[in-house]
Design a binder for this molecule. Structure first.
Ligand code: HEC
Length: 132
């Protein structure tokens, strides 16, 4: 009987600890995952705008403003990493690319394509080192 009680207590404690651990893991990744999900969605909006040949300042303004603002959330969401200095360098490259595109809106679709490629290159550069 005592062995059974001990077994049940052990099982209950195990389940509780698993739930607690899963919750804290989820909390730990919700912020970075959220930042990346919104970035990807806004890049998708921009891509669709360009494909629809809507490539001038007002067409791109809202998604670009969001991408600029999200640049402020990279370090708070991801640090600490294995190499915070490199992470911040990639984050800085990203911020420079989106700010450049937002501050000097492309004149036409080829220019918009080029600017968006430059932003996308900064996503890929950071992912190459930090995305597992
Ligand atoms: C400074 C670093 C950095 C920049 C810049 C960056 N990312 Fe990320 N991104 C990451 C890291 C790190 C992960 C992996 C997160 C994880 O595995 O928890 C990631 C994951 C993602 C994911 C999730 C993929 C998956 O496996 O579920 C998407 C989507 C994404 N990024 C899109 C983007 C887009 C689009 C941009 C550019 C507009 C961008 N990222 C710019 C660091 C960055």
């Amino acid at each position: 009987m005592r062995a059974l009680v001990t077994l049940v207590i052990g099982l209950v404690a195990g389940v509780l600890l698993t739930v607690i651990a899963m919750n804290s893991l989820r909390k730990g990744t919700a912020y970075p995952n959220g930042v990346m999900a919104v970035m990807a969605a806004q890049m998708g909006h921009l891509d669709r705008q360009l494909k629809a040949k809507a490539c001038t300042g007002p067409d791109l303004e809202a998604p670009l403003a969001t991408l600029v603002a999200l640049g402020n959330d990279l370090e708070p969401a991801f640090l600490p990493t294995g190499d915070d200095e490199a992470f911040s360098r990639y984050a800085g490259d990203y911020r420079a690319a989106v700010e450049r595109m937002a501050d000097a809106p492309p004149a036409d679709c080829p220019a918009a394509d080029k600017a968006l490629d430059a932003v996308s290159a900064t996503c890929k550069a950071c992912h190459a080192q930090f995305k597992g």
